[in-house]
Design a protein around this ligand. Structure first.
Ligand SMILES: Nc1ncnc2c1ncn2[C@@H]1O[C@H](COP(=O)(O)OP(=O)(O)OP(=O)(O)O)[C@@H](O)[C@H]1O
Ligand SMILES: CC(C)(CO)[C@@H](O)C(=O)NCCC(=O)O
Ligand SMILES: [K+]
Length: 256
């Protein structure tokens, strides 16, 4: 049984993979100060709720926050007696080496997305991930991550607007009825929703023009289904893409 951990700048997701399906997916906010014992208290309580017959033999971690990895390693060692595979570390082999500028530390979540998307859809892809940042990962014909685009995430933009402007409230993003808002909240929702539809469409068009080979666009992240209601053209949406990628990289490392 594999425990796959995807640690983002905002949220950390644990998923238990039995070799063919995910038995459960657990989400908590990311805190660098959380100890191994605190992870276990949270984890074991929820696992009891799902009535899973726990037998974790392997742990794989992707973390965009370097500081949390130490405590997650201790967690894996202390409670499951295993040495985790950490994406981006030398001990973790990738199906394909990224082709980027020397010295670039590509976010492990982007490498994992690339591996997961290539496994599901083949090469020549743009993966759009609506996380803390909205990222675009370009996956080449052979499955390698070959670059992309990083823009501010949707919730980050909303938070920045609220923080910087005294009269603007905190809001959640939804698809507004109309483009022209007639109250403050509708105006903000329109700006963020249609602004991001424009951003994603514009960036994907430009990537496609530069790449010169037809590409599929894959959407992931919690907000992907919402943006699929705009005139965005995702060929596929796969909310568990990062988790799937972790199982792919784990299998690649197991086969030696
Ligand atoms: N309608 C919505 N409005 C605002 N937020 C939403 C909505 N639907 C889903 N979300 C948020 O989307 C997020 C989905 O999480 P996801 O794992 O894609 O990225 P994240 O956790 O925000 O970022 P990271 O992985 O970088 O930590 C959750 O925080 C969830 O609260
Ligand atoms: C861009 C984020 C924050 C998205 O989670 C993450 O992938 C990251 O920290 N990346 C490092 C820089 C890079 O990917 O080139
Ligand atoms: K994510």
């Amino acid at each position: 049984m594999l425990l796959a951990i995807d640690c983002g700048n905002t949220n950390t997701v644990f998923a238990i993979w039995d070799g063919s399906k995910f038995l459960c997916t657990l989400r908590t906010s990311t805190h660098h100060a959380r100890t191994a014992d605190a992870y276990f208290t949270w984890f074991s309580t929820l696992v009891k709720h799902y009535e899973i017959d726990l037998d974790i033999t392997d742990v794989i971690i992707s973390s965009t926050v370097p500081r949390v990895v130490f405590n997650l390693r201790v967690f894996a060692d202390r409670f499951f007696g295993c040495r985790p595979i950490v994406v981006g570390k030398p001990e973790c082999a990738l199906p394909r080496q990224p082709r980027v500028d020397e010295g670039t530390q590509v976010g492990p979540d982007r490498l994992v997305n690339a591996a997961g998307a290539y496994d599901l859809y083949g090469g020549n892809l743009i993966v759009v991930d609506f996380g803390t940042a909205t990222t675009f990962d370009v996956v080449a014909d052979d499955g390698a991550y070959v670059g992309g685009v990083i823009s501010p995430g949707v919730n980050l933009s909303l938070e920045a607007l609220h923080m910087a402007a005294a009269a603007l409230p905190h809001i959640d993003v939804t698809k507004p009825q109309k483009v022209i808002g007639t109250n403050t909240v509708d105006c903000m929702q329109s700006g963020v929703f249609w602004g991001y539809v424009g951003l994603v469409n514009g960036v994907c068009d430009r990537i496609r023009a530069e790449y010169e080979t037809p590409m599929k666009i894959i959407g992931t992240g919690g907000l992907a289904p919402l943006f699929a209601q705009g005139d965005l053209l995702f060929d596929e949406i796969r909310e568990d893409l990062t988790m799937h990628g972790l199982t792919v990289i784990h299998a690649h490392n197991k086969k030696g």
